[in-house]
Design a protein around this ligand. Sequence first.
Ligand code: ABU
Length: 373
Amino acid sequence: MAVTEIKTVVNSWNEWDPLKHIIVGRADGCCIPPSEPASDPKIPADSDMRGVHGPRSAEAVEKANAQLDNLTKILEQHGVRVDRPDPIDFNQDIGTPDWQHGSMFGCQPPRDVILTVGSEMLEATMSYRSRWFEYLCYRPLLQRFYDEDPKMRHEAAPKPRLTDASYKANYLSDDITIDERLEMVSRKDFVTTEEEPLFDAADCLRFGKDLVVQHGFTTNLKGIDWLQRHFPGLRVHAVNFPGDPYPIHIDATFTPLRPGLIINNPERRLPDEQRSFFQRNGWEIVNAARPAHNEPPPLCYSSVWLSMNVLMIDEKTVCAEASEVHQLDQLDSFGFNVIPIPFRDSYPFGGGLHCATTDVYREGDCQDYFPKQ
Ligand code: ABU
């Protein structure tokens, strides 16, 4: 059967069950948005992104799209149906009654926006103004899945107002040292306030009955509490990683590969008291291999740790970035069938192989991987 003929079923409970259907993002029209309260603390003072905004170059878009198309082709060769979002005109003024902003961002990273849990696809609140309307790129797909799968639940978390009350004013000054930043982060003093629930979908990891959610710049405690109330049958666990001076999105920090095995960014170690939950349930947490690169590509929001932003096709098969030789070796040493995929040209558009995808269907059901709570 051709992969395009795979029937629409929305079902995915974890990051490693056999993958049958996925969304892969697109780079078209992607912009670097003007600065805003949530994004400033993410961009280091010496970053090439400081003060830059506007559409990304046609050449960069073309290169990123070539890698996204290649990822699509490889997934299809592995029997996975792939659907793509519909980019909108990101380079336009946007606003609500509460705020105005100079542009949107893009739709390369569906993982940031859509959280699939079982038969539900949930649009995250998002926490950047520039990303408030990004869900529109996925609506044609989600509406189609809703029509085609009678069990699919299409949900949207309450849209946040994102007034200035949602952010700490002057959270970080340019001359703050990295040690001062780390000290604030270790106190869980983040740029977002607790004015309203906020979460990005890429702060969530799915482990069957348990959701593990990073508390950081893009997800606040009210967002985590909202997720727990929204999924009363699941157990939601807040985690944080004090070594990360820019804690946005969990998937370059803590990556489950198969039942019982997680790689953790050695610079962003899960604190001991949070580790014990995994350990008492027989999960091994191993330091991820060092990235092969000292710098991210130009005009990239993400860190070099996209090396560990891998996509599982099943619990024996993993897609990893082709130039990340140390990560490829480590995955090989764990016994995985490793598929190297060139992806660095796509990084600046919103991240790595996990970021650039979001699950629609993985075979398997909701398992309890953590009976000892
Ligand atoms: N979206 C994942 C980015 C995390 C990082 O920059 O390390």
